[in-house]
Design a protein. Structure first.
Length: 80
């Protein structure tokens, strides 16, 4: 069975993402960091400009709900 792959740029802050099997996030900003909050986690992840992060769930499950935020947010994402 083929997976649906979506590629998009997110510029609205904050943006909630849910029901994903995997996601690759590239901070496309030249100067600003972006913040990734993960539902149920006590801490968050900051991605500096140009940094990439990939998250993948175990087979048969989905990732926790995610929220992207930042000043002049430019997040390029690939998600399934």
């Amino acid at each position: 069975m083929a997976e649906n792959v979506t590629i998009q740029t997110i510029s609205e802050s904050p943006t909630a993402l849910s029901g994903l099997n995997s996601i690759m996030i590239l901070n496309g900003s030249d100067i600003n960091s972006l913040r990734l909050d993960i539902s149920g986690a006590d801490e968050h992840i900051d991605l500096g400009h140009g940094q990439t992060l990939t998250l993948t769930s175990h087979a048969g499950s989905t990732l926790p709900d995610l929220e992207l935020s930042g000043v002049e947010l430019t997040a390029n994402i690939v998600k399934t």
